[in-house]
Design a protein around this ligand. Structure first.
Ligand code: GUN
Length: 283
């Protein structure tokens, strides 16, 4: 093992401690306590775990947490009605609808209904548009967390060749734009990319967000590259990333572990986005 660890768990703890301190100050002055509404529809086991973690961390920093658990049979109309109610609720600063949603519900329609100023996931097309044009916006939590982690370790981005593997709206597309905004040269690869290894071997920074266990192996990585693993694959042996930690760890200069890398930062950035939304609602 040659690579040093980008310790997301530690960095996220520091972020949460700073947020808690700020919330304590708000409380001591009798100010508005940030509130996050989390909506979970159905029984997806992974979603239940994520939502549970979000609620726990929310309470730990002193936010108000409002959990709405709806049955899998919920109609699109019922969910849209709940979102309208949350949009108009002054105690709610952030609204997060956990994805994926059951098939009878159009996710795009739901995300578009969330008030963009309460869109702490940064998934509303308006916030996405702002992000792409480089205007101030709520940034999606995982890409924001990746940038925060790279900055926390002083990883240089300007002029570097960043290769993003994966083109999802949640991670691949937004992280490519955030890296571009910081003057990286960015290549986006995906499932139809030919000879992926030939491209990843050119990368100074690799962001793997494809959802395929240990897909990026040591032979696909240049000596000294920085490797960020966004994958959370649940196998019988436990949680596994998209990066083969053992072989890539021998060639990379920095690597994120799974778990304890990007994951904790995602939740920390959700709290940060909620705190920021709360501050705006106070003004
Ligand atoms: N499902 C998987 N990741 C996410 C996320 O970051 N936000 C929401 N709302 N749903 C998700």
């Amino acid at each position: 093992m040659k690579a040093q660890i980008l310790d997301g768990k530690k960095v996220a703890e520091e972020v949460r401690a700073a947020i808690k301190k700020e919330v304590d100050e708000i409380k001591s002055k009798g100010g508005h306590i940030p509130g996050l509404a989390v909506v979970l529809v159905g029984e997806n086991p992974a979603s239940k775990v994520y939502v549970g973690q979000k609620e726990k961390k929310c309470k730990e920093v002193g936010f108000n947490s409002f959990l709405h658990k709806l049955p899998v049979s919920t109609t699109e109309g019922e969910l849209l009605k709940l979102i309208e109610t949350l949009n108009n609720d002054k105690a709610v600063d952030g609204i997060l609808v956990q994805l994926p949603l059951p098939q009878q519900i159009d996710s795009d329609k739901v995300l578009k209904t969330i008030d963009p100023s309460k869109d702490v996931d940064g998934f509303h097309p308006m916030n996405m548009g702002y992000l792409v044009t480089g205007l101030p916006a709520v940034h999606p939590c995982t890409p924001k967390g990746i940038m925060y982690l790279l900055d926390a370790y002083g990883i240089e981005i300007e002029g570097k060749h960043a290769v993003v593997v994966g083109r999802s709206n949640i991670v691949g597309k937004p992280i490519a734009h955030l890296l571009l905004d910081r003057n990286a040269t960015v290549t986006i690869c995906h499932s139809r990319t030919k000879d992926l290894g030939a491209i990843t071997r050119q990368a100074d920074i690799i962001v793997a967000a494809v959802g395929r266990p240990r897909m990026i192996t040591g032979s696909m990585v240049k000596e000294g590259a920085v490797v960020v693993d966004v994958g959370i694959n649940r196998l019988e042996e436990g949680l596994v990333g998209d990066v083969d930690f053992k072989t890539v760890g021998d060639v990379a200069s920095w690597i994120t572990p799974v778990p304890g890398g990007v994951g904790p930062l995602t939740i920390a950035m959700l709290l940060k986005n909620t705190l920021e939304a709360g501050r705006k609602s106070e003004r």
